[in-house]
Design a protein around this ligand. Structure first.
Ligand SMILES: Cc1cc2nc3c(=O)[nH]c(=O)nc-3n(C[C@H](O)[C@H](O)[C@H](O)COP(=O)(O)O)c2cc1C
Length: 355
C-alpha cells in the first residue's frame, strides 16, 4: 500500500512524494506577468518539500483573469519569469505544475484584501462572459452569452496557453474546470441554460470541456501528465452531481487525462457546503474507484497521519494542501521528520541545522 512519502509516477514524471501545493491565486501579477513574489512564494514551498508545486489559476486570455492582478499565460512575454520559477522549483527536486483557467462570469473582480467587487471597464475591468446571460449572484454582472465561434476561440486560447506552459518549463498542466469558473459553468445546469449543442443534455454540457482537452492535447506532450480540476458536486440537486463527475471522468480518461483533482462547489452563492476535515476526500475516492482514474484529494487536509491514511487507504493518489502550506511551507519536511521519512535530500542542505 502506498504511503505519503512514496513517489508517484505519472507518464514520464516521477513526483517524489504524494504532497502537492494546491493552486492559490496570489493577485500579485502585473499585466499577467508573474513577479518576484511568485518566485519566492512558490520557491519556498518547493524547498519546503512538496513533491509538486502547482501555480495558481493562470488565465488563458486577459478576460479570463479573475482580477486585473491575476497571473496570465496569453503573451509570450509571460514566459521568461515563469521559466525562472520552474527552474527553481526543479532545482529543489520538486515538479512544477500550472493550472490554466478562464474565470468566465466570475471574472473582472477586485483583489480580495481590497474589495472583491466588480471592476468596471473604466478601472481596468472588462465584459464578462458565460454560457448563458445569468449572473453568478447579487452584485455580479450579467455575462455576455458566448456564441459557438467565441467558444472555439477560447478553446484555442487554452491550446496556446498549453504551448506556453511547456515553453515555460512546467511538467504538469491542469485545466481548471471547477469553482464556478467558465468550464464548470458550462457543466452545471445551474449556470448553463443553453439550447444549442453546448447546453441541455449531459453530453452537450461536457462538450466544451472535452473540446478544450482536445485543444490542449494538440500542444501538451502525450508523455507529460495532464490533470483536470473539477467541482465534483455543486452540493445542490439542481446542479452538477458526483455521478456526473464519475461519467465525465470516464470520458476524460479516454481522452488521455491522467488525474482528476477533486474539489467541489462555488457554482452559485448561498449553497450550503458540508465543510469539515477531509470533506472532499470521499469525492476523490468515489471517482478513483468508479472511473478507474488517479485522483487528488484536497480540502482541510492538515494532519500528517490523516493525510497518510488517504494515500494508504487508496482514497486518492495525491493530497493537495492550500491554506496549511500558507501557514507553514515546511509542512512536508517537518512531517517527513515526524513520520520518520527523512531520506537524503528531503531537507535542503542549507536548512539541515534547523531540523
Ligand atoms: C488564497 C487562495 C487562493 C486560491 N486560488 C485557487 C486557484 O487559483 N485555483 C483553484 O483551483 N483553487 C484555488 N483555491 C482553492 C485551493 O486550491 C483549495 O482547493 C482550497 O483552499 C481547499 O484546500 P485547503 O483546505 O487545504 O485550503 C485557493 C484557495 C486559497 C486559500
Amino acid at each position: 500500500m502506498p504511503q505519503l512519502f512514496d513517489p508517484l509516477t505519472i507518464k514520464s514524471i516521477t513526483i517524489k512524494n504524494r504532497i502537492g501545493v494546491s493552486p492559490m491565486c496570489q493577485y500579485s501579477s502585473e499585466n499577467g506577468h508573474a513577479t518576484d513574489w511568485h518566485l519566492v512564494h512558490l520557491g519556498t514551498r518547493a524547498s519546503g518539500g512538496a513533491g509538486m508545486v502547482m501555480m495558481e489559476a493562470t488565465a488563458v486570455s486577459p478576460e479570463g483573469r479573475i482580477s486585473p492582478q491575476d497571473n496570465g499565460i496569453y503573451l509570450d512575454s509571460h514566459i521568461p519569469k515563469l521559466k525562472q520559477i520552474t527552474d527553481f522549483i526543479k532545482s529543489q527536486g520538486s515538479i512544477p505544475a500550472l493550472q490554466i483557467a478562464h474565470a468566465g462570469r466570475k471574472a473582472s473582480r477586485g483583489v480580495p484584501w481590497i474589495s472583491e467587487k466588480h471592476v468596471p471597464a473604466s478601472e481596468g475591468g472588462w465584459q464578462i462572459v458565460g454560457p448563458s446571460a445569468v449572473a453568478f449572484g447579487d452584485g455580479y454582472e450579467v455575462p455576455h452569452e458566448l456564441n459557438s465561434n467565441e467558444i472555439s476561440n477560447i478553446a484555442s486560447d487554452f491550446r496556446l496557453a498549453a504551448k506556453r506552459t511547456l515553453a515555460a518549463g512546467f511538467q504538469i498542466l491542469e485545466i481548471h474546470a471547477a469553482h464556478g469558473y467558465l468550464l464548470h459553468s458550462f457543466l452545471s445546469p445551474i449556470s448553463n441554460h443553453r439550447t444549442d449543442s453546448y447546453g441541455g443534455s449531459f453530453e452537450n454540457r461536457i462538450r466544451f470541456l472535452l473540446e478544450t482537452v482536445e485543444a490542449v492535447k494538440m500542444e501538451w506532450p502525450s508523455n507529460l501528465p495532464l490533470f483536470v480540476r473539477l467541482s465534483c458536486t455543486d452540493w445542490d440537486e439542481r446542479g452538477w452531481t458526483l455521478t456526473d463527475s464519475i461519467f465525465l471522468a470516464i470520458e476524460l480518461k479516454k481522452l488521455g487525462v491522467d488525474l482528476i483533482d477533486c474539489s467541489s462547489g462555488a457554482i452559485a452563492p448561498n449553497i450550503k457546503i458540508p465543510v469539515k476535515k477531509h470533506f472532499q476526500v470521499p469525492l476523490a475516492e468515489e471517482i478513483k474507484k468508479k472511473a478507474n482514474i488517479a485522483t487528488a484529494a484536497v480540502g482541510l487536509i492538515t494532519e500528517p497521519k490523516a493525510a497518510n491514511n488517504v494515500i494508504h487507504k487508496e482514497q486518492a493518489d495525491m493530497v493537495l494542501l492550500a491554506r496549511e502550506l500558507l501557514r507553514n511551507p515546511y509542512w512536508p519536511i517537518q512531517e517527513a521528520q515526524y513520520l520518520n521519512k527523512v531520506t537524503p535530500g528531503v531537507i535542503p542542505n542549507q536548512y539541515r541545522r534547523g531540523f
